[in-house]
Design a protein around this ligand. Sequence first.
Ligand SMILES: NC(=O)C1=CN([C@@H]2O[C@H](COP(=O)(O)OP(=O)(O)OC[C@H]3O[C@@H](n4cnc5c(N)ncnc54)[C@H](OP(=O)(O)O)[C@@H]3O)[C@@H](O)[C@H]2O)C=CC1
Ligand SMILES: CC(=O)N[C@@H](CCC(=O)OP(=O)(O)O)C(=O)O
Length: 344
Amino acid sequence: MKIGIIGATGYGGLELIRLLTNHPRVDEIHVFSSSEENIQISHKYAHLTNILEQPLQAIETGALSNLDVVFTGTPAGVASTILPQLLGTGPKLIDLSGDFRIQDPTIYEHWYGKPAAPKEAVKQAIYGLPEWNRREIANSELIANPGCYPTATLLSLLPLIKENLIDASQLYTDAKSGVSGAGNKPSQLTHYSELNENFSIYKINQHQHIPEIEQTIRTIAGSEPLLTFNTHLVPMTRGIMATSYAPLTDGTTEKHLKEALHEAYDSEPFVRVFEDKPVFNTKQVYGSNYCDIQIAVDPRTNRATIIGVIDNLMKGAAGQAVQNMNLMCGLDEKAGLTVVPLMI
Ligand SMILES: NC(=O)C1=CN([C@@H]2O[C@H](COP(=O)(O)OP(=O)(O)OC[C@H]3O[C@@H](n4cnc5c(N)ncnc54)[C@H](OP(=O)(O)O)[C@@H]3O)[C@@H](O)[C@H]2O)C=CC1
Ligand SMILES: CC(=O)N[C@@H](CCC(=O)OP(=O)(O)O)C(=O)O
């Protein structure tokens, strides 16, 4: 297969290259850039020397429509101007940004502060969370790859809400991310001297992933949610931990919650359910496509604590995007993704 990556010089793009150079069904990888042309990507990123020797090309519809799959790993508001023109021209399209995730354009514009993608394209886009949307993904032409925080939060909450075991109208999620979640553009928050020995909360009650999580709970679990959601930056490179709290519904026990998680995920290749581990951390998924989940009930408050961990660049971005590509192309869903977490 011939693959194109727009935004190949970004963190999501580089992670796609890492996975796709090792994918059994990928023959060619073409890399596109809005800022540089005709220099080898390996000149910019030495780790790709002798692995991917390809020039960065200008983003041009003709070159893109000859490919089998096109990924966009671009900032919000970019893919919505490129991918609609490619719909129906041949390639399968997978966007890592939020541009096609939110169905209501006024909600997208409110939370992202950018013009929404054309309505017809958003309507065609399938939310790429394979554990819950596998059949629709396999038949789609355009995938809205989920956000990193929503992936960890939704995978851990959806089975419990769908079975009405926790009260979706009283959800609280406290999420923490490594700094690669912010991409390769430096900012004050990610400047070394302000990141190191520091721990920040940011976008307090304003994070753009709130409507994505609420929309998906509504469409997949069929409940009307109300979520308080906050995000924190941890001085580490990769990893997300999303810790959610919710009251149990009447008659629910910890055993019911554990059974619902096992039922949902025991046959899934990339979700692992853990029980009663005293220590649970982001390193157990580092560099891999796993989402690990654990729950505990506090009998004093009758609330559940539900924890999901992922690598933001893998299950939170490029890994999940390759999983979606495999499904869209009728390949083994695990192809190119069976990497062991880099614990040490
Ligand atoms: N980092 C993460 O963990 C996750 C990121 N995402 C989302 O994925 C997308 C990519 O993220 P990430 O890789 O971290 O971001 P980066 O900032 O690292 O990279 C984005 C790339 O997009 C390209 N770009 C910038 N402006 C334009 C433009 N106007 N037109 C075309 N290309 C442009 C740039 O490459 P060039 O200058 O070469 O064109 C840049 O390298 C974002 O929307 C992000 O929110 C989603 C989940 C997780
Ligand atoms: C640490 C950090 O800054 N993370 C980013 C995640 C960006 C992202 O994934 O944004 P979209 O999914 O909306 O494209 C943030 O919180 O905005």
